[in-house]
Design a protein around this ligand. Structure first.
Ligand code: GDP
Length: 324
């Protein structure tokens, strides 16, 4: 049985990836830091056979113990302070967890002596492109991060490249563009929109607040994106891949479509008020990925299109708010 170890397992991608790996017959282990009890409980309810081990990307010895105990064939590093907005408020923690955390994980793997046997996935991010140097962005586009989160992800990305070259380790980086779905955290704009639109539809609230509606993102469905993670580790060597839909849409587009799918008529201003607290010290205005390398080498495409993604999220939240 192939053994996979996932950091950040209780997050959005952890849910989708765990489901996929269990379906493929893997034995799955997860790292949790014990701080998000309710998230862990709901994860365990969904996946009772997954063993959660207490550890933290900021604690080297816990990582060594976990690697030694689980002896994984594949390691997926999904653990991070993953919200750009928070990273401005906690830049040091972000650098420590999201950046240095991956270095610690690699060093723990080397310490245990598994560097020649284990295949590693690093969750790199389109936020590394920040103030984009070209359109669309591909694996060779220079990085220009615009947040402590983007800077930390860039550090981890180059650490992956360096360890691949220096120690010949099988490390792949998925440069994932924004990917969303029913497990998305409520702090991200897509989920914030689908959740609040559902509340309006069910009569619980009249309006809600958002920041800048003009930024454009390349949004895809997380369930599709975890398949790319797994496929990367089945290749003969590690590499970097842009994982994206190849389309871009504004926050305003997402909102407009969400209101339409929920059957809410009238102009946007009657449902959404402006919240200046949501404005970031520096913004990423436009992201659009070029996923051709993933298509050619991994035979991967983003199957779920934008409209379907918005529909999945709005319908999921309509059901949840109805139940509540
Ligand atoms: P990000 O691309 O990783 O930063 O993903 P987010 O979902 O957090 O944000 C996507 C875009 O939506 C960013 O440009 C935000 O500035 C913008 N945005 C506008 N209003 C909001 C809001 O109320 N919450 C969040 N999270 N983002 C917002």
């Amino acid at each position: 049985m192939t053994r996979a170890l996932i950091t950040g397992i209780t997050g959005q991608d952890g849910h989708h990836l765990t489901k996929l790996l269990l379906e493929l017959g893997y034995e799955v282990f997860g790292v949790t830091n014990g701080e998000q009890k309710s998230q862990e409980e709901s994860f365990t309810k969904l996946f009772p056979h997954v063993k959660l081990l207490e550890g933290d990307l900021t604690d080297f010895s816990s990582l060594v113990t976990i690697i030694r105990q689980t002896k994984p064939d594949e390691v997926y590093n999904l653990g991070a302070i993953s919200f750009v907005g928070i990273s401005f408020k906690m830049p040091e923690v972000t650098a420590n967890v999201t950046g240095l955390g991956f270095l610690r994980l690699l060093e723990a793997i080397r310490k245990v002596g598994l560097e020649d046997n284990v295949k590693i996935y690093q969750a790199s991010s389109s936020e590394m492109y920040g103030k984009v140097r070209e359109i669309p962005q591909n694996e060779l586009t220079p990085f220009y991060p615009r947040s402590p989160y983007g800077v930390a992800k860039t550090f981890a990305h180059y650490t992956a490249v360096n360890y691949r070259e220096a120690y010949d380790m099988h490390i792949s980086c998925g440069i994932l563009f924004n990917h969303e779905g029913e497990y998305r955290g409520h702090e991200f704009v897509t989920r914030k929109i689908s959740h609040h639109v559902a509340l309006i539809k069910n009569g619980a609230i009249k309006d809600f607040t958002l920041g800048d509606l003009s930024p454009q993102r390349d949004w895809g469905y997380a369930g599709d994106y975890v398949q790319a993670m797994h496929t990367m580790l089945q290749q003969s060597s590690g590499d970097d891949f842009v994982i994206a839909s190849g389309e871009t849409h504004s926050v305003r587009d997402f909102l407009t479509l969400a209101l339409k799918i929920a059957g809410l008529k009238g102009d946007l201003d009657s449902y959404v008020k402006f919240d200046k607290e949501m404005i970031r010290p520096s913004e990423v205005d436009l992201l659009i990925g070029d996923p051709s390398k993933a298509k050619n080498d991994l035979n991967w495409v983003a199957a779920t299109k934008f409209e379907e993604l918005v529909r999945i999220m709005v319908e999921n939240d309509l059901n949840l708010t109805k139940q509540a």
